[in-house]
Design a protein around this ligand. Structure first.
Ligand code: G3P
Length: 216
């Protein structure tokens, strides 16, 4: 399973990259706004900066919701860097645009996916990746990991090449569960990635080793 970081914060992207295990980055308008990035040029420059840190797919989300607007914006984003993946919302116009991008060899990430039916539509249109938001599904009293498993099974049964990118990750356990059911990619906040490192018995064990090492 590939590890992406879900943030537009350059310091956090660098920290995850320095661990040596980072495969890519996802952003969205909320994450960009959180970093205080304002205006078209600043947004484009920020994507260039991210691409300068990580040598892997970087999802850049379109703001338009009509076919022509999505295509125009997506082409501009894709021209920024070879690693840019155009992130398109799961709407009717978005599906048309994903098909257009796929026919023109531009990589896409279909976002805001909450059902297997939506994931099938994204794959039929030729999306490179599909992003089910598992944390938001859990928040609404459904089972996000179960949806990942269902989409993985459908894609395997049908031979779809679209990668399942588990998004809206809230905890290290989400990452483990997504790995267990065969997600291709997990995009996570830095805290969840770092959370995978922790175990109290590791801390206790290391403290004891260091204490005993004083007698060596
Ligand atoms: O990038 C999309 C997704 O990861 C959003 O996560 O925490 O806002 O539900 P969250």
């Amino acid at each position: 399973m590939k590890f992406f970081i879900d943030t537009a914060n350059l310091a956090q992207i660098k920290e995850a990259h320095d661990l040596g295990i980072l495969d890519g980055v996802t952003t969205n308008p909320s994450l960009m706004a959180k970093e205080g990035i304002k205006g078209q040029e600043a947004i484009l420059q920020h994507y260039r900066d991210i691409c300068g840190i990580v040598d892997g797919p970087v999802s850049a989300e379109v703001l338009a919701t009509d076919f022509k607007g999505i295509v125009d914006e997506g082409m501009k984003l894709a021209a920024l860097h070879a690693n840019i993946v155009v992130k398109v919302p799961m709407i009717k116009e978005g599906i048309k645009a994903i098909k257009y991008f796929s026919d023109n060899d531009i990589k896409t990430n279909c976002t805001l996916v909450f059902s297997a039916g939506q994931a099938i539509m994204a794959a039929k249109a030729g999306a490179t990746m599909v992003s089910p938001f598992i944390g938001r599904i859990d928040d609404a009293n459904w089972d996000g990991v179960q949806l990942i498993e269902q989409i993985v099974n459908v894609y395997n049964a049908q031979g779809f090449m679209t990668e399942v990118l588990a998004a809206s990750i809230r905890s290290p356990l989400h990452i483990v569960k997504c790995a267990e059911v065969g997600a291709d990619i997990c995009t996570c906040p830095l805290s969840s990635i770092l959370g995978l490192l922790n175990h109290p018995l590791t801390d206790i064990g290391l403290a004891k080793f260091l204490e005993d090492a004083k007698n060596l």
